[in-house]
Design a protein around this ligand. Structure first.
Ligand code: 5CA
Length: 440
């Protein structure tokens, strides 16, 4: 991508409305724009990161055996009357009437709709277990949308829904998502700790929130410090192994970890003082087991091995991709801007032409740009005629992991400078060596 032809509206001034660093940096880097309270557009740079986050989420959902579909944002009120949640949900739910005067709503979550899909097709235990997910916009009319896309009214959610014949089966499904979440957040460069959590309007009695420790987090959390160094399940984890997944779950729940709603002061104080971690955190995922709460009233039943009909045991599993982007920034930035983990960086590398219009600089940059693009890399080429200082500041702000800097002096020697955004380390090398770093 040539910056001269891209759309990346960088803000020079610090936006006044931004209270936390991720919000400030997302606005400054031209990643998002507020359209009305708590409702945002994702501008091209932000969209690139969001797509990479979603790709990792998808890969790990698929690896665990979940299957993707897509449900609509608008739902019929009738479905929610069946479960009894239409009246319970309160003002957070945006209610809409269509031209036929039918009551509709903008979905805040999809338990009812997925239960409707399930009951329409699945009749036998032989088709279980089943886990269906989608990545779709949700709307919750939060009283206090804040911190940009961290807590917005319209936001993206990956929500998965599992169906099993028995409670034991549902526990295995829960453990699959538990392990998939550990892997997902790790691949996003985050350390998320599963904590016992309150279930709120989703319901059920078995639930974990996945929390990233950050000073700007909205939740107060308490846990054992050792979680910070626990091993993440490997890519060859056997998701069909009941014992294997139970062992992962048991290990990751063996020490104290709870959000403030579930906090047990006495249990926490029983941990030796030096091993306690009392901090603030950002909830990036939340998983629930709620048994037959929806299947029973909505008639989602399957025939069991005994030939009788049984309401299915269900769980739901949410991740907030549009919250994850600012959460990653909260965890990874410095005074100059964002530092993206390579897995979600909007571009793999940025080429900075320090003297656009200078034949040697232009030729060198074009050569590198063509080679890296051909090698399948996402390359941003700053070919604008801005001052070098502005280009460096922009490259640091947008946080691309590697910068290749081509200035007249180095280029005259057939060289460029390669800068690591995270460490700031700079290395001068031949043009060929710079290319080979990515191609080899
Ligand atoms: N149906 C269940 C799980 S599928 C559910 O709705 N869970 S939830 O309410 O906990 O939301 C799941 C995830 O969505 C949260 O962990 C969070 O990452 C994200 N999320 C929730 N509310 C918001 C919001 N207002 N802004 C941004 N992300 C949000």
């Amino acid at each position: 991508m040539r910056l001269s032809r891209y759309f990346m509206p960088i803000l020079k001034e610090n936006p006044k409305e931004a209270e936390i660093v991720s919000h400030r940096l997302m606005l400054r880097a031209g990643m998002i724009r507020q359209q009305s309270a708590g409702i945002y557009s994702w501008l091209p740079l932000g969209k690139r990161v969001l797509d990479k986050v979603n790709k990792i989420i998808r890969e790990e959902q698929n690896r665990s055996g979940a299957i993707e579909l897509l449900m609509p944002t608008l739902q019929s009120a009738e479905l929610w009357q069946e479960s009894g949640r239409y009246d319970d949900y309160g003002k957070e739910m945006l209610r809409i009437k269509d031209r036929q005067d039918r009551q509709m709503l903008y979905g805040p979550t999809n338990e009812e709709m997925i239960t409707d899909i399930f009951r329409s097709y699945v009749k036998s235990y032989k088709n279980l277990p089943l886990n269906l997910y989608h990545i779709q916009l949700k709307f919750r009319d939060e009283i206090r949308p804040r911190f940009g896309v961290m807590r917005s009214r319209e936001f993206l959610m990956k929500d998965a829904y599992s169906f099993d014949l028995t409670r034991e089966g549902a526990e295995h499904s829960y453990n699959k998502m538990f392990a998939a979440y550990l892997r997902t957040f790790d691949r996003l460069g985050l350390r998320a700790i599963p904590m016992r959590a309150d279930t709120g309007p989703i319901g059920g009695n078995h639930s974990h929130e996945f929390i990233i420790l950050a000073d700007t987090g909205e939740s107060e959390v308490f846990c054992h410090k050792d979680f910070v160094d626990f091993d993440i399940p490997g890519e060859h984890t056997d998701f069909d192994s009941v014992e294997g997944l139970q062992a992962i779950f048991d290990k990751w729940t063996s020490l104290y970890a709870a959000t403030s709603e579930m906090h047990d002061e006495a249990a926490f104080n029983a941990i030796p003082e030096g091993e306690r971690l009392s901090a603030r955190g950002i909830e990036v995922g939340h998983i629930f087991y709620f048994g037959t709460k929806y299947s029973e009233p909505m008639g989602a039943k399957v025939q069991g091995k005994d030939g009788k009909e049984h309401p299915v045991h269900m769980g739901s599993y949410g991740i907030g991709p549009t919250r994850l982007v600012p959460a990653i920034i909260e965890a990874s930035h410095d005074e100059n801007g964002i530092i993206w983990p390579a897995s979600v960086a909007p571009f793999d590398v940025v080429i900075i032409n320090m003297k656009a219009g200078d034949q040697a600089c232009d030729d060198t940059c074009e050569l590198i740009y063509a080679a890296l693009t051909k090698a399948g890399k996402d390359v941003l080429y700053d070919d604008t005629d801005d001052r070098a200082g502005t280009k460096f500041a922009t490259a640091d702000l947008i946080g691309v992991p590697v910068q290749i800097i081509a200035g007249p002096r180095a280029v005259a020697n057939g060289e460029v400078e390669v800068k690591d955004r995270k460490t700031g380390a700079r290395e001068t090398m031949t043009i060929e060596a710079a290319i080979n770093r990515f191609v080899a």
